[in-house]
Design a protein around this ligand. Structure first.
Ligand code: ZN
Length: 182
């Protein structure tokens, strides 16, 4: 489990471990909590026999700056496939990651760039069929518009074990979901 750390304005700052979050609580740095999921850590017993416990929220806010490193991810297949919900953007089939490839919509050999908007998740069969053609030339229509993930979407993409309340928080700020064209 990772805990989403926000700054005091509620902007996502970083994913932190339970141990790092516990440190924020102990040092009284937590300004507010937004997560519904609680992680309870149990500590030692006091001389009355009561065990200490620390309840951590799945989303916490602390003081701190948003830097250029916050939410920085590079375009890689892992994030691309997750952006496209493991769906081939040509045949609409859903596949395991091992069966998927990155298709450059305008092929690299034709000057297409390796960017989020020129990349589509594609099954191996569709990628092979498309080859070095554009979708028009191959007569293969994209079923969704490839997009650049915004900050909230990037935080979503980078945590594969994300909790439901963390997803709900981030997804309320998603710029636009994919526009499905068919
Ligand atoms: Zn396909």
């Amino acid at each position: 489990m990772l805990i989403l750390r926000l700054n005091k304005s509620g902007l996502p700052q970083t994913w932190i471990t339970v141990e790092e979050a516990a440190k924020c609580y102990v040092q009284e740095k937590v300004l507010f909590e937004l997560g519904e999921t609680k992680k309870v850590l149990r500590g030692g017993y006091n001389n009355l026999g009561v065990q200490s416990q620390l309840e951590l929220s799945s989303i916490i806010a602390c003081d701190g700056k948003i830097t250029q490193e916050s939410g920085k991810i590079s375009l890689c297949n892992q994030y691309l496939f997750r952006r496209d919900n493991y769906t081939c953007l040509y045949c609409a089939g859903v596949f395991q990651a091992s069966k998927l490839t990155r298709d450059h919509i305008i092929p690299r050999s034709r000057g297409g760039k390796n960017t989020w908007t020129n990349s589509a998740t594609s099954c191996k069969r569709c990628n092979h069929a498309k080859g070095a053609k554009t979708p028009e030339e191959a007569n293969m229509k994209l079923i969704a518009v490839p997009f650049v993930p915004n900050m909230y979407e990037r935080f979503y993409l980078m945590n594969r074990r994300i909790l439901a309340d963390q997803t709900a928080f981030l997804s309320s700020h998603f710029s636009k979901r994919q526009t499905w064209l068919v």
